[in-house]
Design a protein around this ligand. Structure first.
Ligand code: AMP
Ligand code: MG
Length: 470
């Protein structure tokens, strides 16, 4: 039989110390939930093979295909500001890497694939809820152009996962340009393992920043990509929810969709995660947290520099360069949302005025911006007078509505819709999940048959708290 996936496992070749060789734990009764045809084709994998018994055996973790070298990656991380010396893949294994027809390299990882040496007290499993949430949200993010890990497939396990109650188990097949995190660098830096730290930096440079000629340029690259990505989150009302350093990918991709959510009503202090009691990872805090995380990366990279102490000012300057890059990206993104192609600092007050008004009146974030395109934004304001005054000033700027239409999705994966899809999935009905994925991966089409998915939650429908995948 022809090889279904041509694995080429460069991370595994880094050698011992970077991971443990840990196969996925087989599951009782794999069942297919979804295969992402478009992504499979992009990777050069036959989607029909993924649906075959051998494909299902791979995505459930029952039998890795030939060429896979399952490993659990080691990493550390600052969680809510406190350092954990060892985290690592506790509920995931990297099956290996595939080089797509266009030459791009991708990790194929199973999440929820059973215990590993990094599981600590966890069971290594995922229940259906977080798997469906990550699938829908990451595929939406891709559809609107945000750098992100993606979902290749999802499967049920036929096993029960115990959280507060018994829940159906599931496995997500996740694809990323890599799963290397700020926390991966921390793992070696805090152990003083400079050789592996250097090997990791060289690997990341070759893989993600081929133009970088030094660890300092690598740092600058990560800072720039994170600033761009987080500006995109902000422009979608997205709250990652658990921006620990182990959940920040050095590629710049959004990773580890746990208690993440999109705001319905806009408020800058919005928090969803049940464990984020002090709002550390609130919507408005995300750029500052990114700087904090990148400062951790900077200190990890110092030992690789010719004169580590002398390099501190330059590394600091690079990390402190985040706000300028972020601010320019923010202006570009929010400018586009207003249909202003060349938005500059002079346009910031116009954007801020709208946001302030939205916060005061609890206007729906997505519907207000989309409403600028469709002419329905006024309906989002209980008291429309200030908005109409703003609108006159905005229209005087001659906005390009086609640009705004491309920057303002009609639909996001709203929290309550995700919840409804999960509730149905728990009952064995995946139709609402399939429909949600279809709708949010075509986010710019105004379609009457998806109007319910574009609507704000009714009273009583709103989901205000989200939980970590565990
Ligand atoms: P995260 O939720 O992504 O911030 O995960 C933090 C750490 O907890 C990572 O090392 C995970 O691998 C680990 N972890 C989370 N859930 C589980 C689980 N159910 N079993 C084992 N390890 C887990
Ligand atoms: Mg994580």
């Amino acid at each position: 039989m022809t090889q279904p996936i041509a694995f080429d496992n460069s991370y595994a070749r880094l050698g011992p110390g970077f991971y443990t060789r840990t196969p996925p734990t087989p599951v009782a009764q794999p069942g297919l939930i979804a295969v992402n045809d478009g992504l499979a084709q992009r990777l050069g994998i036959d989607p029909d093979w993924l649906r075959s018994p051998e494909g299902l055996a791979m995505i459930s973790g029952n039998k890795p295909p030939e060429g896979a070298e399952p490993i659990a990656q080691a990493y550390a991380g600052h969680q809510f500001g406190g350092l954990s010396l060892q985290l690592g893949d506790g509920r995931a294994v990297l099956l290996g890497e595939v080089v797509a027809p266009d030459g791009a390299r991708f990790d194929i990882q199973l999440k929820g694939s059973g215990p590993t040496p990094f599981s600590r007290r966890g069971d290594g499993r995922a229940w259906l809820g977080p798997v469906l949430r990550e699938y829908a949200v990451s595929e939406f993010m891709h559809a609107v152009g945000v750098p992100t890990t993606r979902a290749l497939a999802a499967a049920t396990t036929g096993e029960v996962v115990w959280r507060e109650s018994p829940l159906p188990g599931a496995v997500l097949t996740r694809v990323a340009s890599s799963h290397i995190r700020v926390g991966t660098f921390e793992f070696f830096a805090i152990r003083g393992d400079v050789d592996r730290l250097r090997a990791l930096a060289d690997h990341v440079i070759a893989r993600h920043y081929p133009d970088a000629t030094s660890p300092m340029e690598l740092l600058a690259g990560v800072v720039a990509r994170q600033a761009e990505t987080i500006a995109q989150w902000m422009a979608l009302g997205f709250i990652h929810g658990v921006m620990n350093t182990d959940n920040m990918a050095v590629s710049g991709e959004t990773i580890d969709y746990g208690p993440c959510a999109f705001m319905d009503a806009y408020h800058p202090d919005t928090v969803f995660s049940s464990i984020d009691r002090h709002g550390r990872y609130a919507w408005s805090q995300q750029p500052q947290v990114a700087v904090w995380n990148l400062a951790q990366l900077a200190s990890c990279l110092l030992p690789l520099m010719p004169d580590p102490e002398g390099a501190v000012p330059e590394a600091t300057r690079i990390v402190h360069g985040f706000p300028a890059i972020y601010q320019a990206a923010w202006l570009k993104r929010f400018g586009a949302k207003l249909g202003l192609p060349e938005a500059g600092a002079g346009d910031q007050p116009l954007i801020e005025r709208l946001l302030t008004m939205m916060a005061q009146q609890e206007a729906d974030f997505t519907r207000t911006f989309r409403g600028l395109v469709t002419g329905e934004a006024t309906a989002e304001f209980a008291d429309p007078a200030p908005f109409m005054e703003w609108q006159r000033d905005w229209q005087a700027r001659g906005p390009d509505l086609a640009l705004a239409a491309r920057a303002n999705p009609a639909r996001i994966p709203r929290n309550h819709r995700i919840q409804q899809a999960i509730d149905a999935g728990v009952q064995g009905d995946f139709a609402p999940f399939q429909r949600l994925v279809e709708a949010v991966t075509h986010p710019f089409e105004d379609r009457a048959d998806w109007a319910d998915l574009a609507a704000s939650p009714e009273q009583g429908e709103e989901v205000r708290v989200t939980y970590c995948g565990t």
